[in-house]
Ligand binder design. Structure first.
Ligand SMILES: [Cu+2]
Length: 139
């Protein structure tokens, strides 16, 4: 048990080091139990430049979450190397582009090639935040 705890601590430390999130004050924890985010980018390996981040939000019953129930969607993109300014995007409810029920397309600026991870948080009007992360490569 003790060995396992130590191993987990080392893994967590390694992750923190490699993730290089120096200027991100902390991605909020999900506080909307049962809600699910499905994240993707189109195309799967986008070129450098403005790409499409697709965010689908489902409630605990599996029903799509519509704009009226969403206050805002925030996305913070980081890369695995040091010295990178995170790319941040915030879209309020009225500006959301819903492409199908509960699925939103956000214009995300992939301003550099390489390995990215994007943390997305959806703030619900009824309270609570749904969070998720997607890893991807930009060419
Ligand atoms: Cu970079």
């Amino acid at each position: 048990m003790r060995r396992f705890v130590l191993g987990a601590a080392v893994l967590a430390a390694l992750f923190t080091l490699t993730a290089c999130r120096q200027s991100v004050g902390g991605v909020p924890q999900s506080s909307a139990p049962g809600y699910v985010l499905v994240l993707s980018v189109e195309p799967t390996t986008p070129p450098v430049g403005i790409g499409t981040l697709s965010v689908s939000v489902f409630d605990p019953d599996g029903a799509p979450v519509l704009p009226a129930a969403i206050a805002r969607i925030d996305a913070i993109g980081n890369m695995s190397h040091a010295g990178m300014t995170p790319v941040e995007l915030a879209v309020s409810s009225g500006d959301l582009a819903m492409v199908s029920a509960g699925t939103y397309h956000l214009p995300f600026d992939f301003n550099m090639g390489g390995e990215w991870f994007i943390d997305v948080s959806v703030t619900l009007t009824g309270g609570g935040i749904v969070t998720g992360r997607i890893d991807l490569d930009v060419r």
